[in-house]
Design a protein around this ligand. Sequence first.
Ligand SMILES: *Cc1c(COP(=O)(O)O)cnc(C)c1O
Length: 404
Amino acid sequence: MIEDMLRTPAAVQDSERHTAHNYHPLPVVITSAEGAWVTDVDGNRYLDCLAGYSALNFGHRHPTLVAAAHAQLDRLTLTSRAFIHDQFADFCRELAALCGKDLVLPMNTGAEAVETGIKVARKWGYQVKGVPAGQANIVVAEGNFHGRTTTIVSFSTDSDARADFGPYTPGFRIVPYGDLAALTEAIDEHTVAVLLEPIQGEQGVVVPPEGYLPGVRRLCTERDVLFIADEIQSGLGRTGATFACEQEGVVPDMYLLGKALGGGIVPVSAVAADADVLGVLKPGQHGSTFGGNPLACAVATEVVRLLATGEFQRRSAALGERLHAGLRGLIGKGLVAVRGRGLWAGLDIDPALMSGRQACERLMERGVLAKDTHGSTIRLAPPLVITEEEIDHAVAQLTAVLAD
Ligand SMILES: *Cc1c(COP(=O)(O)O)cnc(C)c1O
């Protein structure tokens, strides 16, 4: 520990002195960034292969998004929803159209979108499905990550995320991810929703078995249960489509969106659903001071327009092929498994070689930033503006780290 401190640059130590230690960041202090690259306080450049956990799908400081933010900062930043502002209608209409849904409800963080989804599903259950008061249940999956609020960690299966934060919110049932039979068993007449990530990002980019998501869709329709897809990390271009669900031909009843929706500039999240679902909320029943604020709407409307062209989804699909081909070539050469879709990959490193953390530290020394998750797994999720050459560069650096 003391040795660590001696080797740690002053700027890294400074950042830890007055901070709760709820993160264990890589020892790099970033001062500027553009596109897929960041620069540290010593002028070293790194290829960003995490992209803010997919909050930076369009890269750092995408010119269109930065211009929208600047222009909006000079006009109007906040009104609260007590009044209407001129950026609101376009954002809601265009995001609803992108999602193919009637309505959207804007919030700020991903966790708030999840909480909103849970509240809407419960109210829908009581008012539309006819579940007896206080009896609603929601089925979720093992290995889930939906955020950090007390209700959300109540149904986490990660002990770090959950332990000592009780008492826990009741009303959730946990089934193994990818197991349709277990899900069928868990649903009863009081089930109002199934809440799932179409690909489990935090768990290590875990893709469910073929046919699972269509099976969930069928089951939810048959049993009059809402299918809520948490696309906060998987959505908005990451997997090579607007939504990961789309690649399985599945349309959920509710999309939960966040991360990339804010263009890497402001926190913006949203719930999108049809009027028979989101319409259950009446004035006073839910809200957020900052949700749908003018700055957020101005930026997020441009995000929706970037996605509406399909360009980023195509890039992610095409460049993802290249990334995955490169990574598959490392299986048996330090990697034991590679999962994912588009520009999104979970890699299991041979635990005999090094931990995920060690791999990320060595990648950092070679100018590539990535993040470990759960032991020997690392996650790659570069900005969708990354080039072929930069992908090859990242794979080459990983190859070198595994060979060292
Ligand atoms: C990041 C994430 C969240 C939580 O988003 P915050 O903005 O950190 O609250 C929820 N669900 C998924 C799938 C995520 O990846």
